[in-house]
Design a protein around this ligand. Structure first.
Ligand SMILES: O=C(O)CCC(=O)C(=O)O
Ligand SMILES: [Fe+2]
Length: 329
């Protein structure tokens, strides 16, 4: 499958090889893993990417900081120096993943974004291994695989307001590094403006009103205390500072608090069910980022490849620069 409708930036084999060699020689990390010293990964990853990615690629990444597109895909980046099997229980030894971590965090730094973790999700770790876990097969989480993950945005229960504390805010971006995807299962994207264009004006207006309640997703049920379990009186749609419409939505998680809100939610769900979306295939060595407010995403059910070889994406949430600051860090 090709990434239809999206432009993938393909890194040349020679740039990939030079980057791999440079990242393998990084000595400054010591025993640091991203959860202990993320700044080192951001800094040294970005430094070597600046030295080895072709100039047009660096230009595209730096332009993106000023005019971020709703998603961006890169292909042919270096993975681990030795093959690492897909973890079967959701976690793995980060020390084996220095190269992909330097690439992943280095790109986030070049894009002017800050990685984010929530203490009640994924053991509070920055990187989520989006990989099948037999015990979670039927769950509606990124460890599940036997059920569809229908159109949603992540962490829609969190605060959407631009000045909210980052630790309590809806993640601005989902970034992925592809470890393997031989099953060729895409992540489908659906832009919010496509959805709003397909709805009557009155429905759109109702979605902007703070007349909805939102509940926590399944991935929150085993978290630490401090996690929010519901939020009342919020809009489903709001406007970002750059004028783009933003959305919070998860199947079964939203409820209208007024008849108009309930009607708008029902219309929204009817329309969304019929919209096709755009498949993006994150392959081995691929990097993919999308705006969790400007697009919804979904994943079809799939049959994982043999143990250790199953689809494995590494996901990290990220936030843009502080609201109103205008420039990236
Ligand atoms: O498996 C995927 O492609 C996406 C899973 C997902 O919804 C997520 O990681 O938030
Ligand atoms: Fe998701």
């Amino acid at each position: 499958m090709t990434n239809r409708g999206t432009r993938t930036i393909h890194i040349t084999d020679s740039a990939k090889a030079a980057l791999r060699t440079a990242l393998a020689a990084v000595t400054e990390l010591g025993d640091a893993v991203p959860d202990t010293e993320v700044d080192l990964y951001l800094e040294y990853g970005a430094k070597h990417l600046r030295n080895h990615l072709p100039a047009p690629v660096l230009d595209t990444l730096s332009q993106w900081r000023h005019t971020p597109t709703a998603w961006l895909t890169l292909a042919n980046l270096p993975g681990p120096s030795e093959p690492v099997p897909t973890p079967g229980d959701g976690f793995c030894d980060e020390a084996l993943l220095r190269t992909p971590n330097l690439v992943h965090f280095g790109i986030l730094r070049l894009l002017g974004l800050a990685p984010v973790a929530y203490r009640w999700e994924n053991d509070g770790r920055l990187i989520r291994n989006v990989a099948p876990r037999a015990a979670a097969a039927r769950t509606l989480t990124s460890w599940g695989y036997a059920q569809p993950l229908d159109w949603h945005t992540d962490d829609s229960i969190l605060d959407h307001r631009p000045n909210a504390d980052v630790a309590q805010s809806i993640p601005h971006y989902l970034s992925f590094f592809g470890m393997r995807n031989q099953e060729r299962v895409p992540t489908d994207l659906l832009p919010v403006d496509t959805v709003l264009d397909a709805l009557p004006a009155g429905t759109v207006q109702a979605l902007y009103r703070p007349e909805f309640a939102v509940a926590a997703p399944e991935s929150y049920t085993n978290g630490d205390s401090g996690k929010p379990l519901s939020r009342n009186g919020v809009p489903m749609v709001w406007t970002l500072r750059d004028g783009n419409p933003a959305l919070r939505y998860g199947p079964g998680l939203l409820a209208g608090l007024t008849p108009a809100a309930r009607e708008a939610l029902a219309r929204f769900e009817e329309v969304v069910a019929d919209l096709p979306g755009i498949p993006v295939l994150v392959e081995e060595g691929g990097f993919h980022i999308f705006d969790n407010r400007r697009v919804m995403h979904r994943r079809v059910p799939f049959e994982p490849a043999a143990e250790g070889r199953a689809r494995w994406l590494r996901r990290c949430y990220a936030h843009g620069p502080a609201a109103g600051s205008g420039s990236a860090p």
